[in-house]
Design a protein around this ligand. Structure first.
Ligand code: PRP
Ligand code: ZN
Length: 299
């Protein structure tokens, strides 16, 4: 297989998405060796290589077809989507699926001691951000005129430097705001990680791997919450017990050797199984209840 037919996936170099992103690929079966420069991982058992880059560059790399896939926050995706659209760029990279990590929000933050009474307080003020397109849309939608001060980083110190009255920045734990004497006022956008793919049609081999990875990622995400439950139930209580199994579709009913009034019930529960559920099952007549983790799942 020549090099160009290997899938290239862009991941954040160092930041909140890095570990979870690589971990997701590993859970999807990837075994890799890391390049000496730490900038790439080479897939040993699949035609897939990882490039580590700044998260803000990921949509550009995917848009320009340098990478086939990228994992990046919806905040960056949305900002770039608006920027590309404004420049008339078409077709745009595609958003394949949203992932269950990297949760954070883009918010308006206000310096301690400064008054803020909702969006109208932004009128005529200077707001520093690295998300000028999302902020501009928010102001437009709320019919507020304000000056957007576009920065490439260190937005949180802009008010202290006298460059802005407010900021619009990403908040995750909130510790950056606290450290900089700011408080979170309004949320503009909720964000989490997502996968994007190139707008350029890819060759069949690669497309096949993209499809397989999507299915595996889906499986990995479903498995996280899923449990496999096995129990014994009196036949007479079967209907009641089935109702108590959280998020399970038609369970398997297995006869038990040497008895006709009891059966074994096996079910995949797509939701977390709590002790309370087990207690209810027991009260309903179930016995020998086992809850097992599900390692892999392919729908
Ligand atoms: C964001 C934001 C803050 C920090 C907030 O940066 O600019 O610096 O995270 O997180 P906290 O609420 O947990 O303190 P990001 O991680 O996106 O880094 P980048 O802007 O350099 O990509
Ligand atoms: Zn960034």
């Amino acid at each position: 297989m020549d090099k160009s037919s290997r899938l290239k996936v862009a991941l954040q170099k160092s930041g909140r998405l890095t570990d979870n992103s690589l971990d997701l690929l590993v859970r999807c079966g990837l075994k890799y060796s890391r390049g000496k420069d730490q900038l790439m991982c080479y897939g040993e058992n699949m035609p897939l290589d990882v490039l580590f880059v700044r998260d803000d560059d990921i949509p550009d790399l995917v848009q320009q077809d340098v990478c086939d896939l990228g994992i990046v926050g919806l905040n960056v995706i949305e900002e770039k989507r608006l920027a590309f659209k404004a420049r008339g760029i078409d077709p745009l990279f595609e958003q394949l699926m949203v992932l269950d990590f990297g949760k954070c929000r883009l918010s308006i933050a206000v310096p301690d001691g400064v008054e803020y009474e909702g969006i109208p307080s932004l009128r005529g003020k200077r707001i520093a951000t690295t998300y000028p397109n999302i902020l501009a849309r928010y102001l437009r939608q709320n019919d507020v005129q304000a000056e957007i001060v576009t920065l490439s980083g260190a937005v949180e110190i802009a008010p202290r430097l006298g460059r802005a009255d407010f900021i619009c920045d990403l908040v995750s734990t909130g510790s950056t705001l606290i450290a900089n004497h700011l408080w979170e006022a309004d949320t503009i956008l909720e964000s989490q990680a997502a996968i994007i793919s190139t707008p350029v049609p890819v060759e069949a081999d690669k497309q096949d791997w993209i499809h397989r990875m999507s299915m595996r990622i889906d499986g990995v995400q479903q498995v996280k919450e899923s449990k496999y439950i096995m129990l014994h139930a009196p036949r007479a209580k079967l209907a009641e017990i089935k109702k108590l199994l959280p998020g399970s579709e038609s369970p398997t009913i297995v006869p038990l050797d040497g008895t006709s009034d009891k059966v074994a019930v096996h079910a995949v529960c797509r939701e977390n199984v709590f002790w309370e559920t087990l207690e209810s099952l027991k009260s309903a007549g179930a016995s020998a209840i086992l809850v097992l983790p599900v390692e892999k799942m392919l729908a």
